[in-house]
Write a protein that binds this ligand. Structure first.
Ligand code: NAD
Length: 401
């Protein structure tokens, strides 16, 4: 698809150096689109401009390097680039605050500060996960400004680490108030996938929050079952595998484990705020998932005098094979152990942003007890004679504590 003569770029991704913005930008570039990234993080912009990823994302670095070399991707901190693209995709972070309140103004604030760069005829795609009603608010903002853009909301549903596969395989939810906005957004995403599903904007906003909350509740159910079984000296993972064996209705029951990260918890809390904090199931899921680190420590205290022991935490990222420590429960585990254990040592093969981490060998050697917090493949063949708490049953030695 050639770029419209009015524009230099087919698409600019705002927040395009982030965990979901960057894979999206390189995916578009890999399909031949002329793509720009605008991001306020100067360090990330420099890194990405040189063809390097600021974080782990399987299969993305080669595609990024090629896009830069082929002159298909331009990366800048200069917001002027917004006026040069036919489609502006916004995928900035939308975290909840320390009191678990969403910030429904985050996306509007970012757009307000770059309002002067928008031009008549552009397509604006909101892709951040938003509090319901944000799309409507953005539409109003543009109506009031007098700039005539088509606004669409097309939520991102990839899992970190699988973006370069899932961007091309997952159906794309497309929403827009007008047929033109929806059609333009659909044709943009048809560059990645033929499978699109249309919803009204308010439906699409809820679809994204329901998707993440559903997953979070499933993890909580498994973690609650784990605690029940474990309190009776029984191995949840053994029970789970037996009940799911050749039994499709239970095939989606997840294993137990630390359910964390930058999305599932905060999107469940966004939904809770949306229902005036009367989302009992969501809050219950939060208590179970966020409570698991404390449960693990309390269980270990029944058999070990932790106050005299050094505890080693294996894996500080929020999930296996990731280097992302945002909202990682490994750090909650660490904080609990800092006042309940003699000493705490932490390690992770991928995390690069925490200078306190130790090499795996040091942690294995100096710890009395180990806790497997993130199931990285590097731990699959762990050799140690120390006790290992492994609620995941990742090592295949049972999950009981
Ligand atoms: N991480 C995931 O797996 C995932 C999956 C699906 C959806 N989402 C949603 O996508 C959104 C982004 O998440 P993320 O994990 O990529 O966040 P992130 O923090 O990794 O990336 C956000 C990027 O936006 C940039 N940014 C912030 N404000 C900006 C502004 N005003 N102008 C330009 N750039 C700006 C930041 O510098 C950063 O590079 C969130 O709404 C999140 O809920 C995330």
């Amino acid at each position: 698809m050639p770029v419209s003569p009015d524009f230099t770029y087919d698409v600019v991704v705002v927040g395009g150096c982030g965990h979901v913005g960057l894979p999206l930008a390189v995916a578009f570039a890999s399909r031949g689109l002329k793509v720009a990234i605008h991001d306020i993080d100067a360090r990330a912009v420099e890194l990405v401009s040189s063809g390097r990823l600021p974080f782990r994302e399987d299969g993305a670095e080669e595609v990024l390097a090629k896009a830069i070399a082929d002159d298909k991707l331009y990366v800048t901190t200069d917001a002027n680039v917004l006026s040069e693209a036919e489609a502006v995709v916004v995928v900035i972070g939308t975290p909840v605050d320390e009191h678990l309140n969403p910030d429904p103004r985050a996306v509007k604030r970012a757009l307000l500060s770059s309002m002067s760069h928008f031009r008549d005829g552009q397509l604006l795609v909101l892709r951040s996960t938003v509090y319901p009603g944000v799309t409507r608010g953005v539409e109003h903002m543009f109506e009031e400004s007098g700039v005539n853009v088509d606004v669409a909301f097309c939520p991102e549903r990839i899992a970190e680490g699988k973006a370069m596969e899932e961007l091309f395989s997952l159906p794309q939810i497309v929403s827009g108030r007008t047929t033109r906005a929806r059609d333009r957004a659909a044709s943009l995403f048809k560059n990645l996938t033929d499978s699109t599903v249309e919803l009204e904007p308010e439906e699409a906003e809820l679809a994204k929050l329901f998707t993440n909350t559903w997953r979070y509740i499933k993890f909580a159910a498994a973690n609650q079952f784990y605690i029940m079984a474990n309190d009776h000296g029984l191995d949840f993972d053994k029970i789970r595998k037996a009940l799911a064996y050749d039994y499709p209705r239970a095939a989606d029951m997840p294993g137990a484990g630390l359910a964390a990260g930058p999305c599932l918890f905060k999107d469940t809390m966004q939904l809770a705020a949306f229902t005036d904090n009367s989302f009992q199931l969501g809050h219950a899921a939060m208590l179970v998932n966020e409570g698991l680190p404390l449960y693990i420590v309390s269980q270990l205290e029944r058999t070990h005098d932790l106050s005299t022991k050094t505890v080693g935490i294996l894996g500080m990222a929020f999930k296996g094979e990731s280097d992302d420590i945002r909202s990682s429960l490994s750090y909650k585990l660490k904080r609990i152990l800092e006042f309940r254990a003699g000493d705490v040592l932490c390690t992770d093969p991928y995390v690069t942003v925490d200078p306190t981490l130790k090499p795996l060998e040091t942690v294995l050697e100096q710890s009395d007890i180990l806790i497997l917090a993130a199931p990285h493949r590097a731990y699959r063949d762990l050799v140690t004679d120390k006790p290992v708490a492994d609620v995941w049953n990742f090592l295949g030695r049972g999950s009981t504590l």
